[in-house]
Structures are given as C-alpha cells and as structure tokens.
Design a protein. Structure first.
Length: 121
C-alpha cells in the first residue's frame, strides 16, 4: 500500500471521506444454498412459462383466421378446421394455466425473496 508523501496536497482535493462498509454476513452450507437456488430457478421458469402457450395460441388463431382448409392426406377440410379449432382451445387453456401459475409465483422470483430465503427469514 502506497502512502501519499504530502498529506496537505490530498486534503486540497478531498473534503470528506464517507465509509459505508457495514453489511450482513450470511453463512450457509453448500447443499442448502443449492436447494434454495434450484427452487428459485424452478419458480423463475414458471414465471415466464406463459410465453410459449401465448405464442402458439396467436399462431393458431392467425392460421384459423386466414387459412382456407383443403382436403389433405385423405382428411376432409372440415376435420382439419376442427383440429385447428381444438388446438386453438387447448393452447388457450394452456396459456390460462401458465398465466395463473406465473401470477402465483411472481413474489418468489424477486431478489428480496431469494435473499430472505438464503438468510432463512
């Protein structure tokens, strides 16, 4: 550590030194931390799980609105239309389920929640 040979010169440029180095010290075992982080990652995935079903729902909705179904693979056009409407309904239900799950887990994916779990509060 180098010292300043002229302390008077340093005081010309520095009016005040503030120290804010107090902090909490957290002691935790590796396996407990790993379990907490695994649960946090699981909840984090749940919080964004609604994106895939929404994307599929929008894609199938656009297909249903713009497509002119024709017979294909010896399946009549009415059956294709019904299949797409069924897929639309299922993707909407999937979207609702994942949205409810994301809403339930929204507090569990915040940084304060994770720190409190690590602190065992």
């Amino acid at each position: 550590m180098a010292t300043n040979p002229n302390p008077q010169q340093e005081s010309r440029f520095i009016n005040q030194v503030c120290s804010n180095t107090k902090t909490d010290f957290i002691e935790i075992t590796e396996d407990k931390l790993e379990n907490i982080l695994i649960k946090f990652l699981r909840d984090l995935k749940k919080s964004s799980g609604w994106l895939t079903p929404l994307s599929i729902f929008i894609t199938i909705l656009i297909t249903n609105l713009t497509a002119d179904f024709k017979e294909f693979l010896s399946i009549p056009k009415e059956i294709w239309c019904a299949i797409f409407y069924l897929a639309l309904a299922l993707s909407f239900v999937w979207f609702i389920v994942k949205t409810i799950s994301a809403i339930k887990n929204r507090k569990k994916v915040q940084l304060d929640y994770l720190i409190n779990k690590i602190k065992n509060n």
